[in-house]
Design a protein around this ligand. Sequence first.
Ligand SMILES: Cc1ncc(COP(=O)(O)O)c(C=O)c1O
Length: 377
Amino acid sequence: MYFVHPQIKLNNLDKAILSLARSPDLEKLIQKLSFYFPRKQFIFTDMGRSAFKIIIEKLNLKNSEVLLPAYICDIFYPIFKRYNIRPVFLDIDLETFNIDTEEIEKKITSKSKAILICHTYGLLSDIQRIKEITNNRLLIIEDCAHSFGLQKNGIFAGNLGEAAFFSLYKFLPTLRGGLLVCPRDWQINLAETFFDFRDCLSFLNCFSIFALLFKIFGNRIAPKIPRKEKREWPSALNRVSLNLFQRFLENFEKSLKKRIELALYFQEELKKLGFQVQESKNNVFCYLSALIPGNLKSKRDCFVKTLRKYKIFCTRIWQTPIILNPRAQREYQINLNEFPNTVEAAKRIINFPLQNYYTEKEIKKMIFSIKKVIANL
Ligand SMILES: Cc1ncc(COP(=O)(O)O)c(C=O)c1O
């Protein structure tokens, strides 16, 4: 069974169980994070989006204009509404899925105050170039949801702007969690939270057999589960998720190296089948994402559904980016003709399963099934 979200292998079960019982060693964790982000403060939040809300408040972005990629998830829509932020959307480059930097000059106005830069799927955005284009006039917020461990010349993403936020459960089996990386003089106090029923389900979801059951029955169960991440005010991360983060971070560098090697191999195989893969240089492949061949565009959803018969559960992040959210479209009078690449990516994107513990054998098996499905489309 192949899933996109981080899975816990049975030989790591002890690590996972211990995380339920013990307390994290915060001093050690901060020491470890200081290697990635020297001279920064770290705040653990219940979700990545909470960290973003804190950034908005600390940088005084309420009632202001913020540039951001058009190809990004629509969790930002309610946040912009709440803080009365006017978003200015930028189309992306189809080779990188990151902002097309040429768009900035076209769209920036005298009112623009900040830019949210996402290192999409784990590929570094060219922040240096963006600083040149904007003459350092905009506050830079890094959306590092997909990019822990991403670096160029020894400088890690998260150090390149005023502040950054990460979404922990995208790259490690932490169930939930965000990390705010910000200046040390920001004063932040968050309410405590506790491991709840939703976390319990997320924990089970890290094991293949339960993940399979949730895929089969999830549509019926999910709407009934309270979604605590929608709480209004940012709150702190619960002890269990923090523990899981600390424990699974221990071997992170080693497993990331392996992940990148596997991703490069997977990309080569996908290219042979006509998929258009993301640029690989400076990519940590939080998601192994590719565009389905152009001639199969109308069959993308059928392809993804049929692969499930082979127990390959791909995702389509983002088949509905923020500019395709009907409410956002009405509110911001979005003209989709201005965003041809975002619209194209939304129609063709597929994120393939990639776990750090896979070997080439798993990739070969998946490719074998992918070929079969394509032949019968
Ligand atoms: C690029 C990006 N930014 C921010 C977020 C929000 O992260 P979280 O789900 O941890 O709030 C997500 C995921 O939903 C994301 O994909």
